[in-house]
Design a protein around this ligand. Structure first.
Ligand SMILES: Cc1cc2nc3c(=O)[nH]c(=O)nc-3n(C[C@H](O)[C@H](O)[C@H](O)COP(=O)(O)O)c2cc1C
Length: 388
């Protein structure tokens, strides 16, 4: 990407261009049926590629910095209930490859469970390929998996929490070396071996964008060593006031750990945004989602995160899980922007929003919220962002 500074054009990476925004802005793609909310309140949101492609193209046109897809492995019926919440789910790695061909500027981040049977050479090659397809816009959310049932689906035993990160560290280090070193590579690691492995083309800049979403000590140490972006979760659940009280030390701890090893890391949080012209309308929508909840799906969804061995998402209540997302921002466009401003003040460098009814909510967001974000100094002017 070319940037004009003092009349000179210089090349900056798509990630650096995105980081120029005072508050990075991402969209959490609804590639699982039901997205984040186990509710049957009316909406058009769909898990299909076509729908997610339309969301991504619209997000890019609006100047969003990134889209992101989560990865999950569920049995028949998903989280259950009549709606079979999240039974339908496409794979984010393949979805982002498809999106690469439809977009020009937006970052495309996909989650991969790196411990479910892959070799680092696979993902180094896949990443280099999507990076080449997208002009250096592809990012890998390199998660370890926290569900026993998922490990079992792959015929594996669940790996102890901190040990997962020891393994992941070796995996990602091998991938990074395959991306950056220009000779055949032989490694006799503790968990993976490789004789004369090589990847070409190399990703632009010598590495793909790396992302992680850990919260635990071991997870954050790994995330800080390798990631460009870290998805944080509120230590106090989805209430915005409580989140903003507890996020500052959490973000500060991550930034301090990054600084100690000379790394520049941005933290992003994913708010569920319900925005309407009036506060009353926004809360009416919030209540409609709750009133139409699928009780079985909602209970299973909540219980999965409450019971897992992962450190993130622990403080959210069952009701908060039914709305979805990590922090709830409900209200008028002005109130939503104020919520973003508070999250930034709490140390978050970006927000990755999710909605209930994605396309109409995204359109409204573009028309009503984004101009106010620019006025508040949270986003660059539209023409600059669009030209980057
Ligand atoms: C925004 C966000 C997205 C995540 N996406 C996924 C995902 O797609 N798949 C997954 O298995 N875990 C996902 N996680 C969970 C993390 O990988 C991790 O297990 C969790 O944050 C717990 O951290 P810990 O392992 O440090 O305890 C996500 C977490 C966050 C905050």
């Amino acid at each position: 990407m070319l940037e004009r500074v003092s009349g000179m054009e210089t090349e900056i990476s798509p990630l650096e261009a995105a980081k120029r925004n005072p508050l990075m802005l991402g969209l959490f793609l609804p590639i699982q049926s039901g997205a984040w909310s186990p509710s049957t309140a009316p909406r058009e949101t769909s898990w299909t590629f076509d729908y997610n492609a339309r969301c991504t193209v619209m997000a890019e046109r609006l100047g969003f910095d990134l889209v992101f897809g989560l990865a999950q492995w569920m049995g028949k019926g998903g989280y259950g209930g009549e709606m079979k919440f999240r039974e339908m789910a496409t794979d984010p790695l393949l979805v982002t490859a498809g999106l690469a061909a439809l977009t020009k500027r937006i970052l495309l981040v996909s989650t991969v469970h790196i411990l479910y049977g892959w070799h680092p050479l696979h993902l180094a090659k896949f990443g280099a390929t999507i990076s080449e397809m997208s002009g250096g816009r592809w990012g890998l959310n390199m998660v370890t998996g926290y569900k026993k049932s998922e490990f079992e689906m792959f015929g594996l035993e669940q790996i102890e929490h901190d040990h997962r990160y020891v393994m992941a560290d070796e995996f990602v280090t091998m991938m990074e070396r395959l991306w950056s070193e220009d000779e055949n590579l032989s490694i006799d690691g503790g968990f993976w071996k490789m004789k004369d492995g090589f990847v070409a083309p190399k990703p632009a800049g010598g590495r793909c964008i790396l992302v992680n979403a850990s919260s635990s000590g071991a997870g954050l140490a790994y995330a800080v060593r390798h990631s460009d972006l870290i998805f944080v979760t509120s230590p106090a659940g989805a209430n915005l006031d409580r989140a903003c009280e507890t996020l500052p030390p959490h973000n500060a701890r991550i930034k301090a750990a990054a600084r100690e090893i000379g790394r520049d890391i941005r933290t992003l949080i994913n708010p569920h945004v319900i925005c309407r012209d009036t506060e009353a309308e926004a809360w009416a929508q919030y209540n409609a989602i709750l009133e139409h909840q699928d009780p079985v799906a909602a209970q299973n969804f909540y219980a999965t995160f409450a019971g897992g061995d992962q450190a993130s998402w622990k403080a959210a209540t069952r009701e908060q899980w039914t709305i979805g997302g990590n922090v709830h921002i409900v209200g008028t466009p002005e109130q939503v922007v104020d919520g973003f401003r508070r999250l930034k003040a709490a140390g978050c460098d970006g927000v990755q929003v999710n909605f209930y009814d994605f396309l109409p909510d995204l359109k409204f967001f573009g028309e009503r919220v984004l101009p106010l974000m620019r006025e508040a100094g949270l986003r660059l002017d539209a023409p600059l962002a669009a030209a980057a």
